[in-house]
Design a protein around this ligand. Structure first.
Ligand SMILES: Nc1ncnc2c1ncn2[C@@H]1O[C@H](COP(=O)(O)OP(=O)(O)O)[C@@H](O)[C@H]1O
Ligand SMILES: O=C(O)C1=C[C@@H](OP(=O)(O)O)[C@@H](O)[C@H](O)C1
Ligand SMILES: [Mg+2]
Length: 169
């Protein structure tokens, strides 16, 4: 079925993987995490890939992994940097609803903690807040649905997403 996937986009730490897993189990849909897909395809960890290929190399590898996804009735959690690939995002948008988990910067900072160890696909000198400000408009621009509820249980956010999606169809 066309556009039947639920695709979660947003910053690292927004809760895409956590909420994606909950949504998939509640809907009885398969779950794909593009980060896991990358690690399986490359047989390396994201951090190893970042160290060897650099942040632009990791973004390219992420794009390639996402372009292999062709599925339906599936929940897909993307990595935060997927938004830089117009090609990958357009590919996902052709198969599903893009749901932006819009989490404020202070909460992202709190969840991520020491971001130097997080494997973010960004230049070393770029701060988390600069990265957030660079990405935020891109997520907004591509989202079909924006979920602004963030400081509550992941299960509540998943329930909200299901309500928002069913009210759209
Ligand atoms: N609604 C939430 N409330 C509190 N902590 C959360 C919530 N959603 C996610 N987390 C926590 O935030 C961290 C990042 O979540 P994760 O699902 O890995 O985000 P992402 O995949 O977007 O990077 C994890 O430690 C997770 O347990
Ligand atoms: O935002 C980023 O630059 C990244 C986020 C990570 O995924 P999550 O968004 O699931 O944390 C992962 O793809 C990689 O470490 C790069
Ligand atoms: Mg994740």
């Amino acid at each position: 079925m066309a556009k039947s996937n639920i695709v979660l986009i947003g910053m690292a730490g927004a809760g895409k993987s956590t909420i994606g897993r909950i949504l998939a189990s509640q809907l009885n849909f398969p779950f794909i995490d593009s980060d896991q897909l990358i690690e399986q395809r490359e047989n390396k960890s994201l951090q190893t890939l970042l160290d060897s290929e650099g942040y632009l190399g990791l973004r390219k590898i992420e794009e390639e992994a996402i372009l292999t996804i062709n599925t339906s009735n599936t929940v897909i959690a993307t990595g935060g940097s997927a938004i830089y690939s117009e090609k990958a995002i357009t590919h996902l948008a052709g198969q599903g609803v893009l749901v932006f988990l819009d989490v404020p910067l202070p909460l992202i900072q709190q969840r991520i903690g020491d971001y130097s160890q997080r494997g973010l696909a960004k230049p070393k000198a770029q701060t988390l807040s600069a990265l957030y400000n660079e990405r935020h408009p891109l997520y907004q621009q591509h989202a079909n649905i924006t979920v602004s509820k963030s400081d509550c249980k992941a299960t509540e956010i998943a329930a909200d997403i299901m309500r928002l999606i069913s009210s759209q169809t």
